[in-house]
Design a protein around this ligand. Sequence first.
Ligand code: 5GP
Ligand code: ZN
Length: 112
Amino acid sequence: MDCIFCKIIEGEIPSKKVYEDEAVYAFYDINPSAPVHVLVVPKTHMESLNTVDEGNIQTVSNVLLSIPKIAEQLGLLNGYRVITNCGTDGGQTVPHLHFHILGGKKLSEKLN
Ligand code: 5GP
Ligand code: ZN
């Protein structure tokens, strides 16, 4: 499949890995929007929140459960922001579900 994030998970495209388990892969964003900017993705391909269903919700749960562990590992003790962009108007550019972890400073309150 021609998916950048599937290729990153497979190691075909290099990435700076932060965390990995059976269901989850996390790596530094190539174009960071904050001092710490990590992407957390399910290892199985799914497009976005729009395609979460009974068949893949367990994997999505594992992704969500990994996020506080990853944030702790990254030293984000004062907090962090999690964003998932969904579809064109949401600003999604890579059609493989991913959660941005942003932190390392007091983030702007502006969300759009
Ligand atoms: P989206 O806009 O879909 O929510 O987020 C996609 C993110 O993936 C962007 O922040 C972009 O910088 C990041 N990205 C795109 N291609 C690559 C890549 O090849 N490697 C890494 N590490 N990040 C990427
Ligand atoms: Zn994919």
